[in-house]
Design a binder for this molecule. Sequence first.
Ligand code: IVH
Length: 683
Amino acid sequence: MSGEASESADAKRIAELREELNHHIVLYHEKDDPEISDEEYDTLYAELQTLEGKYPELISGDSPTQRVGSAPSTSFAPVEHRIPMLSLANARTEEELTGWETRVRNHLVRRDVDPGQLTYVTEPKIDGLAISLTYENGKLIQGATRGNGTVGEDVTLNIETIRTLPKEIENAPPLIEVRGEVYLPIPDFAELNQKRVDAGLPAFANPRNSAAGSIRQVDPKAAAERPLAVWAYGIGATEGVSFESHSEEIEWLREHDFPVNPDIAVHDSIEGVLERCHWWLDRRERLDFEIDGVVIKVDAIGLWDELGVAGREPRWAIAWKFPPTTATTKLLEVVWNVGRTGHLVPFAMLDPVRVGGVTVSTATLHNEEDLARKDVRAGDEVVVLRAGDVIPQVVSALPQKRPEGAKKPEPPEKCPACGTEVVKPDDSVFSICPNRSGCPGQIFQHIKHFVSRGAMDIEGIGEKQVARFLEEGLIRDVGDLYGLTQEQLESLDRMGAISAGNMISEIEKSREVPFPRVLFALGLIGVGSVTAEVLADEFGSIDALRAADPERIEQTEGIGPIMARQIAESLADERTWAMVERLKAAGLKLELAEDERRPEGGPLEGKTVVLTGTLPDLTRDEAGAMVKRAGGKVTNSVSKKTDFVIAGDSAGSKLEKAEKLGVPVLDREGLDRLLSGEIKSDE
Ligand code: IVH
């Protein structure tokens, strides 16, 4: 074929692939009914990516490789706000916050207003997207983004897909504009991202971005797929109604069924405000929506005009921002650690920096692909993020500050722990040390994982002790732990009889650890604690799991074809199975105990139940345990396979999905009737 002919054949193939992939994206995301496997999808996607790499000039915005949302956003009609949508000044410290209150007071005094005792309202500062909702005679007629504060975009159709938002309000004035923040609840964000990754689409960086992307979808059907939520926090233009205080506005919103955060509070001193700010900071990690601070507003609306606006920021409100969880620092070196399954994981050695209250000197770079995509190099200034208790990560580099000649880091050709030549499987984003049972790096990581909390939880034995036992030749793998004796431990330098005795009894105790945690401790590729739990529940014993073929394993909730194959392969591996046999011989629990098994013949035998929202008198765990005792299975996401959804208060997207798929939805009382056998699914 001539060059031109092959180019036109490639162009044709690109068009074909795009059409085909788009078809599958719709089936997967909108119809919930995929017709090809994830692997087949990935293959098509990779082919398209390769071809587009060859002909960058043929890449177009509508290619599945380019789209962030399900449809590229074009343009929305402009909407002029009746009253500008302002932003907020920030206070980063307590001093800045008390300084603001002093300025408020001084400003009022200068305008001959006696500030007297001021009251303040505190609200969470939601990390989402500001929205304006216009109701005329009680009907929602327009939803608009903030835009530049004066002119926003008309996103009415997408706003209408938000279930918790009233589309009509009772006893309404002729005009009222409600303002609030659109956001994506964190659990829904995680679910959405997982789906995107499964479909070969790029993941969203955070809930805010995905909420913003969703509200600006041109296709409202795609927006409806994203379970957006709203917190209403204020009122803009009105006709026929007025408010004296912000707390009155909040009350009005509540009475008219707008979603209003239940923890908004009123304070009569700045000390009370400060206390509340810390209260929010403490709760931050436990909320199911992201907040980046607390908004403080002067309650009396009569004072708002007196205080006025400076630039685009009203003087009557301020945002107390939480200490940053990101920081920039210099990346000194990229090192490669071998993980417990042989994966070489790139780590950044950093110039130590304070992030969210702790000093960080190492951060993960995840994997080769991620590293290449972010183009992070030694010598770069990098942004480091710390969220919750997880390992800090390098988010991005600031290439404008890159030292000359900085090279792209490459994975080593030989395993840094054992020197074995590494392999790079085609379908992996990691290079792998293939020396599964002989690599000291892998063995160390595996034993460390085995004894850790959540796995066998052997107290007193951690990273340091494991390293020492290995060095001294006391153990070679996890099986050896159960052969350790008091004398052996005491023979170690600086090890007293008491510590040695404690360790032995902790090891002893771990023989009682229940099967799901032992399964997790085995460290099979892809088997995290949640997967271990569902596998244990599904198969009941390691023997039954080993006897299952990948097709059977794949029938387990949450397990895809790739993972199913990996699990089957690991258990078929001779050395892995030898380790299991040794642990069995040591008396570890490699099957569920009688009372842990799902009872046969219970009213919920063979039934799958999803729990969502808050039940009045039960935690989700308690309700889950009740379902299991009745023989049922509890899963996390609603699909066609779900038999019942039990929905409590503020149930969100799962309830919506159940309704869409026609899955029966029951309340708390319905749960009792289900457990007593009064309701059967065949009804
Ligand atoms: S009040 C005074 N209240 O923060 C007018 N804003 O930095 C400002 N935001 O664009 C709005 N939670 O998107 C207000 N409880 C809250 C808020 C809030 C989040 C956002 C909003 C605004 C931005 C200003």
